[in-house]
Design a binder for this molecule. Structure first.
Ligand code: PLP
Length: 286
């Protein structure tokens, strides 16, 4: 595949970075994952806005304006054949000549890398074909700024792996008795017809998919509240969903080995999934 590195497009095999890169040494950088459906970048402005927030939290200067990002991202999608792709974008503080925690002074140019991977459109046409996912609950062992989309993902990696090892697809994280989010997703529950999701804060990554689900619920008059969700409420929910850019919104049908509701995708999820699919079709034609 074709990748983008520091201003140039090249074959993946040609891409080289320095072992002194602060991304490699310290995970000193941020990233985005932006889906493209039918070659059309989905919620692109929203992803760029989050990238701007992540960069400024790290005191990194944004190397491009929005038009510049759009041009580069679109060219990368095109060069990889369009269709359904997920675009990975990473920016690090660059390669200094010595290893020092403090920022390089004077600053060095950031390292900008982008690549794509095939993306299977999860919900496709028919929510009825979706069987749902298993999840387990785990203690949220991450830091206090989960709102930054940092490439420092060791806790997320260990948590996700623990889920996989126990036969589940995702770990749902609990902090002080309350749900925060998934290891790489946001969490929603449904109880007695009301949808709930933890409020945006430093404890979670504000998902672009989460925001879209909230928007669609408001538009469609589906009752949704952003509020704290206790571990007990999660265990007692009629439905549990997880959301992310590469998986849309997926019903969790088993939690810690017990069925959620009747163990099948819930009715509220089906309604939301249809609206989600319709929205995507309007924007991208998929
Ligand atoms: N929370 C975490 C920790 C994530 O890593 C992700 C995405 O990978 C999300 C939430 C979902 O965010 P988005 O919907 O923007 O993909």
């Amino acid at each position: 595949s074709t990748v983008y590195l520091n201003g140039a497009f090249m074959a993946m095999e040609q891409a080289r970075i320095s072992p002194m890169d602060r991304g490699f040494l310290f995970a000193d950088g941020v990233y985005e994952v932006i889906p493209a459906f039918n070659g059309v970048l989905f919620r692109f402005e929203e992803h760029l806005r989050r990238l701007e927030r992540s960069l400024s939290a790290l005191y990194l200067i944004n190397p491009h304006d929005r038009a510049g990002w759009r041009r580069r991202c679109q060219e990368l999608i095109q060069r990889n054949g369009g269709g359904n792709l997920s675009l990975y974008l990473q920016i690090t503080r660059g390669a200094a000549d010595k290893r020092d925690h403090a920022f390089p002074d004077p600053p060095v140019p950031p390292t900008v890398f982008m690549s794509t991977a095939p993306l299977t459109v999860p919900a496709a046409d028919s929510p009825d074909q979706i069987t749902g996912a298993a999840a387990i609950t785990l203690d949220d062992i991450r830091w206090a700024r989960c709102d930054i989309k940092s490439i420092s993902l060791l806790p997320n990696i260990l948590l996700r792996q623990q889920a996989i090892a126990s036969g589940a697809r995702e770990a749902i994280l609990i902090h002080d008795g309350f749900v925060t989010e998934g290891a790489a997703s946001n969490v929603f529950i449904v109880k007695d017809g009301e949808i709930a999701t933890p409020p945006a804060s430093h404890a979670i990554l504000g998902g672009i998919t989460r925001d879209l689900i909230i928007e669609l619920c408001r538009e469609q008059d589906l009752p949704l509240r952003e509020r704290e969700i206790s571990e007990a409420e999660l265990g007692d929910a009629d439905e549990v969903w997880i959301s992310s850019s590469t998986r849309d919104v997926v019903p969790v049908v088993s939690l810690d080995g017990r069925p959620v509701g009747d163990g099948r995708p819930g009715e509220t999820w089906k309604i939301l999934a249809r609206h989600y699919i319709a929205f995507k079709r309007r924007l991208c034609g998929v």
